[in-house]
Design a protein around this ligand. Structure first.
Ligand code: CP
Length: 322
């Protein structure tokens, strides 16, 4: 079976294929009645070992709109709390004959480990500081929609400058987005306080910035990230007021980017810290709620494509994706 663990494991044409497949679900989700039997008879387990609002709900909604039986396992209410190991938990889910398992875990690599142990496709809903591939895919879908509304006709992001600012060190969203945006032709700038920039990130081909004003200069897209206080391990954390002063997206700062620069944030936001409320809600520029809408469509596409083999539909191979 084929899993979705990392953007780094996808070819550019596969990313474009998933974006194209998601388009039908954008239209589908805007209908008054949203139900298909495409995944009828399949069982999808969402196993979340970390908290989530957007990812968990959108995977649940995605599976249900496609007619699958969807069950959620919250680690806090599971036998993980009694000491059951990750592998034993994975084998337990496998024995229930799930047709797809969606996993969020606090440890980098944990989702890949489970994928090696089970018989069905595994979708990574975020593993530690490693990757959050469906977030990057939905971000690309939301950005493409916004750019199309602004009159851009290209299918990819060639020539665009995207500034990602925040706690890049701990951000699986940043890593997946860097890989996805670059695969689609964008130039990516990463901006963070020195203590929150991963060592060697320049080897990923990003421009590294520590001064936000310089990172914003002429940017087409500004993607803000929150401070992940729950993952800090001795790093210096500025106070919220200091952080806003140095790295917050304010109206004055936004003026340094291009006139029509698009504002993004994966959520959850800390309004008044990394992004001012007025900017987060800026009509015509902020696509933060569109990112959430596109999340359902993209997760429907991912569940559809990854379960094709189980449904006896032609699978997702490199040849088909080209
Ligand atoms: N963007 C994101 O992953 O949000 P949740 O943690 O709410 O799922």
């Amino acid at each position: 079976h084929r899993d979705l663990i990392a953007i780094g494991a996808l070819e550019r044409h596969e990313i474009l294929y998933l974006l194209a497949e998601a388009e039908q679900y954008v239209a589908f989700n805007r209908q008054a009645t949203k139900h298909s039997d495409r995944l009828a008879g399949l069982t999808i387990i969402n196993a979340f070992f970390e908290n989530s609002t957007r990812t968990l709900l959108s995977f649940e909604i995605a599976g249900k709109r496609l007619g699958a039986d969807v069950v959620n396992m919250h680690a806090a209410q599971s036998s993980v709390k009694k000491g059951e190991t990750l592998i034993d938990t994975a084998m337990t889910l496998n024995a229930m004959r799930a047709d797809a398992i969606v996993i969020r875990h606090g440890s980098s690599g944990a989702v890949g480990l489970i994928a090696d142990k089970v018989d069905c496709p595994v979708l990574n809903a975020g593993d530690g500081q490693h990757e959050h591939p469906t977030q990057a895919l939905l971000d690309a879908l939301a950005l493409r929609h916004k750019l199309a509304a602004q009159g851009h006709t290209a299918e990819d992001f060639t020539g665009l400058v995207v500034t990602i600012c925040g706690d890049v060190l701990h951000s699986r969203v940043a890593r997946s987005n860097i890989l996805c945006l670059q695969a689609l032709g964008a130039t990516v700038r990463a901006c963070a306080p020195p203590a929150l920039m991963p060592e060697g990130v320049e080897r990923m081909g990003v421009e590294v910035h520590h001064r936000f004003d310089a990172a914003l200069d002429g940017a087409d897209v500004v993607m803000m990230l929150r401070l992940q206080n729950e993952r800090m391990d001795g790093q210096f954390i500025p106070s919220p007021r200091e952080y806003r002063h140095l790295y917050g997206l304010t109206a004055e700062r936004l003026a340094l980017a291009k006139d029509e620069a698009v504002i993004m944030h994966p959520g959850p936001m800390n309004r008044g810290v990394e992004i001012d409320s007025a900017i987060a809600d800026l009509a015509d520029r902020s696509i933060i709620t569109s990112q959430v809408e596109m999340g359902v469509a993209m997760r429907m596409a991912c569940l559809d494509v990854l379960t094709r083999r189980a449904r006896g539909v032609a699978g997702w191979s490199a040849q088909e994706a080209q």
